[in-house]
Design a protein around this ligand. Structure first.
Ligand SMILES: Cc1cc2nc3c(=O)[nH]c(=O)nc-3n(C[C@H](O)[C@H](O)[C@H](O)COP(=O)(O)OP(=O)(O)OC[C@H]3O[C@@H](n4cnc5c(N)ncnc54)[C@H](O)[C@@H]3O)c2cc1C
Length: 393
């Protein structure tokens, strides 16, 4: 839509229609932080700001032993985080693109079809998410942090989750159980109005990893309540009277964190450029994917405009991706750190964040913009920071 606004002749190819997306299964928890929302707002795409809950803080609770909150960190966000169900958002944007005169071809593209498209267009970008088509871009082993998923995932959209009595501000709540996984409770807007999304991030083989049978929304709720009763009983009490938002309110699977080479050369020599999850995938535990995809779209849009009449050749594609990677590598580094056992310097920072508000607030901002996270990720910088604020143990 950014290119459409500049009178570029854009063809979108989408495997699913707006109606199919809206009526389909949930896709994500899709929390967007301030900087990514700014990109969307500047493009006139923030169509749901009046209805979507504004999430002003993040509360991470360390649970050890099960059922006991040993440490809680509440970081206030400088700009509210918002989650609009991608079923609402992507279908709304597709319709808007068409209303503005955009051309959409509704079909699934394979490698051969992509070649046909690429021959007919000056530039072809593949934004197929983690779908099979992403396989045309080879994995980049030097940049890929893992060779397999680090969590199995189960997601459930709920209405009727009660608000915690304290504090009054809307929070995303993240109970974390070392070695077992995390559960995120994310206020959001879905097809039927406000909701709370429950996302289980399960360490494979542990007690949260119990979703292989892909239960129905009601069975998921029953199992979720049993897990919450054992591990985070205060969240169980808030969810006890909730019900699934709709028949498609669940999502199961696992995300394979991978970075791919951004340019794929097709059989007849034409090249295509990968975008968003097609080339950089992170586990959703830190909520970076959709935020990074928005950044990627913004970087590519600006690079296309700046290119003018010159050709979109392979070296332009590589340079354009590198500009995105200069940001995305931080999202990958932050997510990688949060998936493993916390190294001592990060544990020291989070221990301080539990008792010092300014540290908790600074930690919350890492989610919004991980490119400034060296003070947390780097051992020497973390200790220097703690020393500077008089918190060195
Ligand atoms: C459980 C879960 C929770 C998440 N939570 C968050 C979060 O809180 N915050 C965050 O920032 N990110 C989150 N993410 C990640 C986020 O959802 C993705 O990073 C983001 O949607 C990627 O956007 P994209 O446009 O690259 O791909 P997608 O959103 O996957 O879109 C790809 C599109 O391409 C279409 N398509 C696929 N193949 C073809 C084909 N062959 N032909 C034509 N069309 C095709 C698909 O139908 C789809 O519409 C989460 C992910 C998961 C799984």
């Amino acid at each position: 839509m950014g290119l459409q606004a500049h009178a570029y002749d854009v063809t979108l190819v989408s495997a699913r229609t707006a109606g199919e997306i809206r009526d389909g299964h949930v896709l994500s928890t899709q929390a967007m932080f301030g900087p990514a929302q700014t990109i969307e707002r500047e493009a006139g795409l923030n169509l749901w700001d009046a209805q979507v809950p504004a999430v002003r803080a993040m509360r991470a609770t360390l649970i050890d032993p099960p059922g006991t909150a040993s440490v809680a960190i509440t970081g206030r966000l400088r700009h509210p985080q918002r989650s609009v169900d991608q079923r609402v958002k992507l279908s709304g944007w597709l319709e808007l693109f068409e209303q503005r005169g955009g051309r959409v071809e509704y079909r699934s593209v394979d490698r051969a079809g992509l070649g046909g498209l690429a021959r007919r267009h000056e530039l072809t970008i593949v934004a197929a998410g983690r779908a099979e088509l992403s396989g045309i871009f080879p994995r980049d082993p030097a940049r890929s942090p893992f060779d397999r998923p680090q969590r199995t995932l189960a997601c459930l959209y709920l209405r009727g989750v009660a608000s915690p009595p304290d504090p009054a501000e809307t929070h995303v709540r993240i109970p974390m159980v070392p070695g077992v996984g995390e559960v995120l409770l994310q206020p959001a807007l879905t097809t039927s109005g406000p909701c709370t999304i429950l996302l289980w991030e399960a360490v494979p083989g542990g007690p949260f990893d119990c979703w292989q049978d892909r239960p129905s929304p009601h069975d998921n709720l029953e199992r979720s309540l049993a897990l919450l009763r054992e591990f985070a009983p205060w969240e169980h009490d808030l969810c006890e009277k909730a019900e699934p938002t709709d028949a498609n309110a669940t999502l199961y699977g696992a995300v394979d964190p991978v970075v791919r080479r951004p340019v794929a050369r097709l059989d007849d020599g034409v090249s295509v450029l990968g975008m968003g999850d097609t080339v950089v995938v992170n586990d959703p535990v830190t909520g970076q994917g959709a935020n990074s995809a928005a950044r990627c779209a913004d970087v590519y849009r600006r690079a296309i405009l700046a290119r003018g009449e010159r050709p979109f050749d392979d070296s332009w594609m590589h340079e354009t991706f590198e500009e995105f990677w200069a940001y995305a590598r931080h999202a990958t580094a932050f997510t990688t750190a949060m998936l493993g056992p916390l190294p001592p310097h990060m544990a020291r920072v989070l221990g301080t964040a539990a008792v010092r508000e300014e540290v908790a607030d600074r930690f919350a901002e890492v989610y919004a913009d991980p490119s400034g996270a060296r003070w947390f990720l780097d051992p020497a910088e973390a200790d220097a920071y703690l020393e500077a604020i008089g918190a060195r143990p």
